[in-house]
Design a protein around this ligand. Structure first.
Ligand SMILES: Cc1cc2nc3c(=O)[nH]c(=O)nc-3n(C[C@H](O)[C@H](O)[C@H](O)COP(=O)(O)OP(=O)(O)OC[C@H]3O[C@@H](n4cnc5c(N)ncnc54)[C@H](O)[C@@H]3O)c2cc1C
Length: 387
């Protein structure tokens, strides 16, 4: 289908495709197997100019917004949904600065993220605060011109590898959701250490690690937005970043569909290619329809975010993430089915795609949390219309 991409967008897609096929594909199994962070791949992203696709030109980026991010992430994830995360999770860690940072903070951090020399990470989750971020225990206590951070974040993508961290902590625990603030914390700040590294089902090339703050002293200039506005920063970030997860899911699904069609054409059973069996054809038709529907929804949500036609896009972003991630699970599971026993073998990429797809239904809010967000907005809209 033609989505009427601009010439610049088409060029970005072509560049991402080239990097994915020539640089990522030959090493994707190796990185997955070794559970190693793909610095070589990150350098390729940087060299190709992909890291700044969503960052405004005035800060050294390509200025292509959320649509730019979606297009690049989709293309990279068609080949490897794990290694691509060094770029995608950096976007998640960068968006709080992009959305809520002042000009000085933007000038300080965005250019090195745009040129790919610096990675970022987003630190919201804690052991007792997953879906309910307000349950966080990390505190930031004001001390003159400084804040003192104490607490532990878990499951942080790019943890240990990134230089720049956007961290959420309670500055006023008695105020609940309004007592949370967001800070930029740099790797190497005394009192900021890295803890346990997760061993995961999928996206194994991505680092997922604990961040430990032990009397970590940071200057008040590192506060993003205002004290107490942290949860709003997180929500606005997720409205913009969930399409990135949706793009990861879409890319994985599209990659698995390509593998399944190719295999079905070549695999002969009962004297004919399995692609000639209607049972297989119908599975492929359903997979292709789901992938295209996911793409159409995601692209229109990304365009709407970039057009800034409405103040919030929480419902639409949640819909895109929900639909694309659930599609990725269905399509990758069917791809494994079409490859039969070989689909279950590590010799073929679809088992990795199925493992990698699962995370997209979990992080940045599980599918249940996306449904809560969609329903809450529907009810609010109806109340506003009918009041
Ligand atoms: C590989 C990986 C990378 C991650 N990267 C990051 C990162 O970079 N930064 C970061 O901050 N976090 C990150 N996370 C954390 C991730 O966002 C959380 O795991 C996720 O939000 C879910 O939280 P939880 O695991 O505590 O599950 P829980 O919140 O304990 O949920 C458990 C189950 O209960 C359901 N549930 C919870 N509340 C409700 C409700 N109100 N209604 C219906 N069902 C509900 C959930 O859907 C889920 O099925 C990452 C996680 C993983 C696994």
């Amino acid at each position: 289908m033609d989505y009427f991409l601009s010439e610049e967008e088409k060029m970005m897609v072509e560049t991402a495709k080239e990097v994915a096929i020539t640089k990522m594909k030959p090493v994707r199994e190796e990185y997955d197997e070794k559970e190693e962070f793909p610095w070589d791949i990150q350098k390729e992203f940087a060299q190709a100019g992909l890291c700044g696709c969503y960052i405004p030109e005035e800060y050294g980026g390509f200025g292509k917004g959320i649509m730019g991010l979606v297009l690049v992430v989709e293309e990279l994830c068609k080949v490897d949904g794990g290694a691509a995360l060094c770029l995608a999770a950096t976007a998640l860690g960068t968006l709080p600065i992009l959305i809520s940072g002042n000009d000085e903070q933007k000038k300080k951090y965005l250019p090195s993220i745009a040129d790919g020399t610096n990675l970022a990470a987003f630190g919201l989750t804690e052991a007792s605060a997953g879906s309910d971020a307000t349950g966080m225990a990390t505190t930031a206590v004001k001390d003159g011109d400084y804040y003192i951070l104490n607490g532990t974040k878990c499951f942080i993508t790019n943890g240990g590898e990134a230089q720049t961290y956007t961290i959420f902590a309670k500055t006023n625990p008695s105020r609940g959701a309004r007592g949370i603030s967001c800070f930029i914390v740099e790797k190497g700040t005394p009192g900021f250490e890295f803890g346990k590294k997760e061993k995961k089902m999928g996206i194994r090339a991505s680092a997922t690690r604990e961040l430990i703050f032990n009397n970590c002293k940071i200057h008040k200039d590192q506060l993003l937005s205002k004290e107490g506005h942290g949860l709003m920063v997180a929500q606005a970030t997720l409205d913009n970043s969930r399409p990135g997860v949706a793009a990861q899911a879409l890319g994985i699904a599209a990659g698995a569909l390509d593998e399944a069609v190719d295999y079905a054409r070549k695999r002969v059973q009962f004297g004919q290619p399995i692609a000639s069996f209607q049972g297989i054809q119908h599975m492929l038709a359903d997979m292709a329809t789901q992938v295209e529907a996911a793409r159409a929804l995601l692209y229109s949500v990304a365009r709407a975010i970039d057009a800034k036609t409405s103040k919030r896009t929480s419902k639409e972003s949640a819909m895109a993430k929900l639909f694309c991630s659930e599609t990725a699970m269905k399509v990758t599971t069917d791809a494994v089915q079409i490859l039969g026993g070989y689909g279950y073998s590590r010799e073929y990429p679809v088992e990795k795609m199925m493992r990698d797809a699962k995370i997209t239904t979990l992080y940045e809010g599980t599918s249940q949390i996306q449904k809560n967000e969609i329903a809450l907005n529907l009810i609010k809209e109806s109340a506003a219309k009918n009041s």
